[in-house]
Design a protein. Structure first.
Length: 151
């Protein structure tokens, strides 16, 4: 349910690229909240932050992948295939890794591992931003005068 507001916020205010970064930061913060032994209010706050962050990250990262290549470009399909393989690999491995730490050591450590993974992913995202071109940058809608001059 947070995907619609997350997409709207990106479209109207901050752009997809910033939404993905801020969403990842909020998810990492939510996992840090879950890692901290601060009781039930902290648990629910952490879950809420993860939901909000996911709403910013998930729809906008897909939009950015679509914006990397023009419609009809064969590389576009390849980009989506690589993207979905990465998503599915992460969805498969993350619960196994976090669950192992949670069961063998402590659940707080399991959530801490997830937060560290997200921070490492955010660092990689920022370092690789130079390869994204204009995908996800904030754009402004053309004014009526600009629309007329484009015709």
């Amino acid at each position: 349910m947070t995907n619609l507001p997350g997409g709207w916020i990106a479209d109207k205010f901050i752009g997809a690229r910033n939404a993905v970064f801020y969403g990842g930061c909020i998810i990492a913060l939510g996992n840090l909240m879950l890692a901290a032994p601060i009781g039930l209010p902290g648990f629910y706050t952490g879950l809420g932050l993860i939901a909000i962050g996911t709403g910013l990250l998930k729809p906008n990262v897909s939009t950015m992948v679509g914006a990397l290549y023009a419609q009809g470009d064969g590389r576009r399909d390849s980009a989506f295939s690589i993207f979905y393989m990465g998503i599915n690999l992460g969805a498969f491995l993350a619960p196994l890794i976090a669950g192992w730490f949670g069961q063998k050591i402590d659940w707080n450590v399991g959530f801490l591992v997830v937060a560290i993974g997200m921070v490492l992913g955010l660092i990689q995202y920022k370092l690789g931003a130079k390869h994204l071109g204009d995908a996800g940058l904030v754009t402004t809608a053309p004014t009526p005068e600009e629309k007329v001059s484009q015709k």
